[in-house]
Structures are given as C-alpha cells and as structure tokens.
Unconditional design. Structure first.
Length: 181
C-alpha cells in the first residue's frame, strides 16, 4: 500500500538529480581542453607536416626554438590541468550522481584522446606521413634514417619508390653505411 507522502522509487530520484556541472566548472574544462589541443596539435604538426617539409628532426626542437613558449605553457597546463579536471569531474559524477548534457561530454572524450596521441612514437608519425603524402624532397634522408634505425619495412618502401641507397646525408652517411653500422 502506497502513501501519498512517501517519495521513493526511480522517477523522484532522477527528477532531483542535478543536471550538468556548474557553468564555471564546464567553462574551465573547455578552456583546459583548448590548451591541450594547442599543445598536442603543435606536437602532431611537428611530427608530421614539419618533418615532411624539413626532413627528419628532433621532436620538440622546432617548438623550443620556434618562439612558441605560449603553446608549450598553455599545453602543459591545459593537458595536465585537463586530466586533473577530468578525474575530479568523474569523482563528482559518481559521488553526486550528476546527469550530464551531451555537450559536457566533449572534454571527457577529447582530453584522454589528446593524451593518447602524445604516446604515439615520432617514428610512427614520420612513417605514416611519408606513406600518405610521399617522401617529398627528403626521401633520401628518410631512407638513411630508416636504415640506421633498422626500420626495414620503411626502408623497403623508400627503396621501391626509387630512392638511391647511396644518397649521402649530412656527415657523409648513406643508407648503405647507416644500415651496416
């Protein structure tokens, strides 16, 4: 027998659950997401397009010497702060039982995605870019590097593209000598 004064069951619990995080919290999540996107976007740009245009390089060299400290600072704060924001948000979700609108899920999805992108090795980005865009004017340098680091599949791809095994990179190293050393 149900009484009118009794409030139990699923429907009243859902109706009393707050919808979404406070606006300031959500705004902070999006700002941190923007900082993380700047940082990761710059790293991926450096590992793909900049490598394709300028040839093999040290990752981070262009960022540190290219006058982009704002992106570095904003990115580190954005990525680390964003991941802390994400953890705190998950704790709030489970403790307070928030219901979140669809737009509030964007930082929850993209922040971990950006963090994962940073764990993809430079060599993978380099090889993927060359496979998609072609070796460009630095195919010989990519070939020397592939031979020196034992990347046989990448080396064979460049060899089949017609790059010379005796191409001499800086310092007199060739793909043939790099593969032997």
């Amino acid at each position: 027998m149900m009484t009118q004064g009794r409030r139990s069951g699923i429907i009243p619990d859902v109706q009393n659950t707050p919808i979404g995080f406070p606006k300031l919290w959500t705004t902070a999540g999006y700002l941190l997401l923007c900082g993380a996107a700047l940082f990761v976007g710059r790293i991926v740009y450096e590992e793909t397009l900049l490598t394709w245009i300028n040839g093999p390089q040290m990752v981070g060299f262009a960022m540190m010497h290219g006058g982009v400290p704002f992106i570095l600072i904003a990115g580190v704060i954005g990525l680390l702060g964003g991941l802390l924001w994400l953890i705190a948000s998950l704790v709030l979700l489970f403790r307070r039982k928030f219901r979140i609108p669809l737009m509030d899920w964007v930082p929850f999805i993209l922040l971990p995605f950006f963090a994962v992108l940073l764990f993809i090795p430079y060599e993978t980005w380099e090889e993927l870019t060359v496979l998609i865009a072609g070796p460009g004017s630095h195919g010989g340098e990519f070939m020397v590097e592939a031979a020196a680091h034992g990347k046989q599949r990448f080396f064979m791809h460049l060899l089949h593209k017609g790059y010379d095994i005796n191409y001499e990179a800086g310092g007199g190293e060739t793909a043939l000598s790099g593969g032997c050393g």
